[in-house]
Design a binder for this molecule. Structure first.
Ligand code: NAD
Ligand code: 89Y
Length: 342
């Protein structure tokens, strides 16, 4: 049996706990050290997850001890940390948002490409079971070519308790959760060009927008709407479900609350209830997101081991981040912005 790839996880904050649980289920890999510039956080996660080493500086990447690095810090740190990994030729999986703007994303990609170091963006929503199933239905041809899609994330989660940095983030919800929706839009409906967006700051005192409505025109002539809000009042709270619908030439898929798909085709409808895998460490309401993390990380490791392209490679993700950039520029100017021209 081949030895597991040895990994370093950088950033022992809120979301890293899910990634560390997920790494313990990922075949062919093991986290051998964690790192946080806050030494106490690194020490505490090392103890909780029985990881043999902890460090308070990412410079440990120079040790030659790692086959990959998992970067779970916030976006403004990614350029520097990915560059450090690239300098030491360590393959990278890095959390979304990849970087705050498209120019930074492009610099990261160019630097890694020049050194031929693989980089994948940890984009986990497409690895949720419900979206894997929808992709399967679309691939089966049951509803025909997609003509329209809507992906809607509107909920009442108090996102600021777990992720207080979002209060100060200038490019807020489009980067935080809009980016998941834009990746899903590409995954399900295809690449897009024209983008139109209205953004709102509903909660007082935020540095950025907490709601946005985005209209996309896809290259295959499908249109889609992505709408996101952290300022919605809903009981029960649908967090963290992405709801919506997909219309094709022969049928429709509705994505309903309770992880239900209602599929209309051939003059009939059927319901499919999507069950997440049962894992000891997942819990409501986070289960749907947590459950997708081992699949995301397994894809990274399998691709590193066996070759091929990451589904959400840094390079491919440039198309997703160009859509986000176009959304911000559209919101600023009131114009339709073609992401291909940025
Ligand atoms: P966090 O602030 O709780 O944790 C980040 C940690 O990184 C902190 O402990 C900080 O000290 C450490 N850090 C920052 N710079 C560092 C450096 N240079 N070297 C070492 N340590 C450093 O953040 P979080 O809420 O865990 O979010 C991390 C990332 O995960 C964000 O980009 C966020 O958007 C993303 N996230 C993704 C999902 C998802 O479903 N995919 C969900 C939540 C958060
Ligand atoms: O930051 C967000 C994300 O990426 O997924 C869920 C989240 O943590 C809160 O909405």
């Amino acid at each position: 049996m081949t030895k597991p790839l040895k990994g370093l996880l950088i950033g022992c904050g809120f979301f890293a706990r899910n990634q560390l649980h997920a790494w313990s289920e990922t075949a062919g890999a093991e986290i051998v050290a964690v790192c946080d510039r806050d030494a106490e956080r690194a020490r505490s996660y090392a103890a909780e997850f029985s990881i043999p080493a902890w460090h308070d500086t990412a410079e440990i990447l120079s040790s030659g001890a790692f086959d990959f690095v998992d970067i779970c810090t916030t976006m403004e740190t990614h350029e520097e940390l990915v560059a450090l990994a690239v300098r030491h030729r360590v393959p990278v999986i890095v959390q979304k948002p990849f970087a705050p703007d498209i120019d930074t994303c492009r610099r990261i990609v160019a630097n890694a490409a020049e050194a031929k170091v693989p980089v994948m963006v940890h984009e986990n929503f497409r690895f949720q079971k419900i979206f894997q199933r929808i992709r399967g239905i679309l691939d089966s041809g049951e509803i025909g070519d997609v003509t329209f899609g809507r992906l809607s994330w509107r909920n009442a989660i108090d996102v600021y308790s777990n992720q207080p940095y979002l209060l100060q983030t200038k490019r807020f919800i489009i980067m935080d959760v809009g980016i998941h929706m834009l990746d899903l839009a590409r995954f399900l409906f295809g690449d897009a060009g024209d983008v139109s967006c209205f953004a709102q700051s509903v909660k007082e005192g935020l540095a950025g927008e907490d709601a946005a409505t985005i209209l996309l025109r896809h290259h295959n002539h499908a249109t889609s709407i992505v709408d996101v809000s952290y300022a919605s009042h809903r009981f029960p709270n649908p967090f963290p479900q992405t709801l919506g619908e997909i219309e094709g030439r022969f049928g429709t898929i509705q994505i309903l609350e309770g992880e239900v798909l209602q599929v209309h085709s051939d003059g009939q409808q059927r319901r499919e209830i999507i069950q997440n895998d049962s894992r000891s460490w997942t819990s409501s309401p986070w289960t749907q997101i947590q459950d997708s993390v081992p699949r995301t990380q397994q894809h990274f490791i399998d691709t590193l081991r066996h070759g091929g392209d990451f589904e959400t490679s840094a390079e491919d993700s440039l198309k997703t981040y160009a859509l986000a950039e176009a959304a911000y520029r559209s919101a600023e100017t009131g114009r339709v912005v073609d992401a291909r021209t940025l």
